[in-house]
Design a binder for this molecule. Structure first.
Ligand code: GLC
Length: 589
């Protein structure tokens, strides 16, 4: 291959020293090293975003072709779920080669083109890093198994002899997040049943042993590979899981999934993870030092001016523990899963907002807000159902109610200080697909029972772009999960330019957010007096009111109406805010 762009060659051959090759594109947004503090970051799930080659599976070229849509939507950055070489036992979260693109998604050249085009449109690119486990088809693991007990490669994972007279029992009582034991026994090269290996997720996802120095060395090298490719940051998968308690002690409890989120587990949120992130931070800081201070470089190559970030997927028991991941010398952001798990209820929302802001203030990190992602039931469906059912629901509920609340919840989220995450399709108001036939389901959790519900396929159905055509414009050859009838009117085409559509609501909200300096900025809100079930807060010259009740309420009309998720009537200085509706006002004169 003589025609590889310089940047890919650099990344592949000089992983420790290469600087990104110059871009030629022109930026359309102002460069800022701290862009991420109030950024709106859009999650692309590459399998389900856009399919360029008609094989029914989304790909990087598909994403690239739709970047103008994301620019017009008004987001700042795009986070892509994994597109690395993978047998797809867990939709790409089982990585066989961290430096290669899976052929089903394209090639490194496609990744390079995507990053370049995104930068040219003023969008940043964040890639997903999966450091807790590899695929069982990763070279290290294949060799570890093939070489038998005593192989040095086995020390890079957690291999242990079993318990019981013949080693027939797992080494400890840990359960997989996807259900069943967290251990699988290998067959040794001589054909006998042998050692067991740890996998907190599917058996095809063996956990790395982060006490082994080769693991840390490898991941710092992988970071550099993608930084040299020009990415603007990393979303860290299972960031809370890398380090296990010494000796891998029994937990002494069954139904361990139910304990998650309440207790500190011997395999999650261990102190040792923070040292790893402090080391990773030095890698990013090194790039920042090389790339110069905030502001455009002399050639106007704004993406080379620092501002690269880490965001942690860390499911911890409390937001206060999550804050440990974003101390000044660790990561930049962490997803706020407490917020995602909160019901559409004013008192509960106010509490989680206050707690979040209080927890982040001492560490100086921005709060983040998120309502949906590829692991949970979409919020339009969660809010269509009664509260208390959790984040994995397989009931359609009251669709109209769910959509109304989802729109209101999104406007509330986008009014809060900090950074917000939008999952592809939520800007279309998509519901979860709750009635996928069993034979099309692919979520590994579904096949393991007794663990997570395995209903994640419902939020991963390819999104509709057009009213007509194969798979509503997702691609020319169908889609890997069937889309429901009736999605034509939810498509981008149908919603574009339609007054009051959810897509136009998001576009307007993101536009206002850019124009109103008080939105997104800062680290606090000033609560205003409001009727029961209503949240009202001021941020500088901006006021947000969210009515979470099923009845219309009357509030002061705080100023110039900027945006509302429903029809607001204003008379004589008062506003009638309908049920489940959020309103934005500007108080500027
Ligand atoms: C994270 C991902 C999820 C995946 C799991 C194992 O939680 O978001 O999709 O199944 O990690 O990698």
């Amino acid at each position: 291959m003589t025609s590889l762009p310089l940047r890919i060659k650099d990344a592949m051959s000089q992983q420790h020293s290469a600087a990104p090759a110059p871009h030629t594109a022109v930026a359309t947004v102002a460069p800022r090293g701290d862009w991420w503090r109030d950024a709106v970051i859009y999650q692309v799930y590459p399998r389900s975003f856009a399919d360029s080659n008609g094989d029914g599976m989304g790909d990087l070229e598909g994403v690239r072709s739709r970047l103008p849509y994301l620019r017009d939507l008004g987001v700042d950055a795009v986070w892509l779920s994994p597109f690395y070489a993978s047998p797809q036992a867990d939709a790409g979260y089982d990585v066989a080669d961290y430096r290669a693109v899976d052929p089903m998604f394209g090639s490194l050249l496609d990744a390079d083109a995507l990053i370049r085009d995104a930068h040219g449109l003023g969008l940043r690119i964040i890639v997903d890093l999966v450091p807790n486990h590899s695929s069982d088809q990763h070279e290290w693991f294949k060799r570890a198994v093939a070489e038998g007990p005593g192989s040095p490669l086995r020390e890079r994972y957690h291999f242990r002899p079993g318990k019981g007279a013949h080693g027939e029992l797992p080494p400890n009582d840990w359960e997989s997040i996807f259900g069943g034991p967290a251990w699988t026994r290998v067959t040794e090269p001589d054909g006998t049943p042998g050692e067991w290996y740890l996998h907190l997720f599917a058996p095809e996802q063996p956990d790395f042993n982060w006490d082994h120095p080769a693991v840390g060395d490898e991941f710092r090298s992988i970071l550099r590979f993608w930084l040299d490719m020009g990415v603007d940051g990393f979303r860290i998968d299972v960031a809370h899981g890398l380090v296990k308690a010494p000796g891998l002690p029994d937990l002494g409890a069954h139904d361990q999934l139910k304990l998650l989120g309440n207790d500190v587990m011997p395999f999650f949120d261990q102190e040792g993870v923070h040292e790893i992130y402090r080391q990773w931070r030095t890698v990013l800081d090194e790039y920042a030092a090389k790339e110069g201070p905030e502001g455009p470089s002399s050639e106007g190559r704004w993406w080379e001016t620092g501002g690269r970030i880490f965001v942690a997927e860390a499911w911890t028991p409390t937001i206060e523990r999550t804050a440990h991941y974003v101390r000044p010398d660790e990561l930049h952001q962490a997803f706020n899963f407490q917020y995602l798990s909160t019901a559409w209820d004013a008192a509960e929302l106010r509490e989680v907002i206050d707690r979040t802001l209080e927890a982040m203030r001492p560490v100086g990190a921005p709060a983040t807000w998120v309502l949906s992602n590829h692991d949970v039931t979409r919020h339009a469906t969660r809010f269509a159902n009664p509260p208390g059912l959790g984040t994995q629901i397989r009931l359609a509920g009251d669709r109209e109610l769910g959509l109304r609340r989802a729109r209101a919840a999104s406007l509330l989220m986008l009014a809060l200080p900090g950074s917000a995450y939008v999952y592809q399709g939520e800007e279309l108001g998509l519901p979860d697909v709750v009635d996928l036939p069993d034979e099309v389901r692919q979520d590994p959790a579904y096949f393991r029972g007794a663990g997570q519900d395995g209903f994640r396929d419902g939020c991963r159905v390819p999104i509709p772009w057009t009213r007509e055509g194969s798979s509503y414009g997702f691609g020319s050859g169908g889609s890997w999960l069937p889309q429901p009838a009736g999605w034509a009117e939810l498509s981008v085409e149908a919603q574009t330019g339609r007054a009051g559509s959810t897509l136009e609501l998001y576009r307007a909200a993101l536009r206002v957010r850019r124009e109103q300096p008080d939105l997104g900025a800062g680290d606090g809100v000033e609560w205003l007096t409001a009727p029961a079930g209503v949240l009202a807060f001021r941020r500088g010259e901006f006021v947000c009111v969210a009515n979470t009740t099923g009845e219309a309420v009357t509030t002061p009309a705080y100023g110039r109406l900027l945006l509302a998720s429903g029809e607001v009537a204003e008379t004589g200085g008062e506003a009638k805010v309908p049920a489940d509706t959020t309103v934005w006002w500007s108080t500027a004169r």
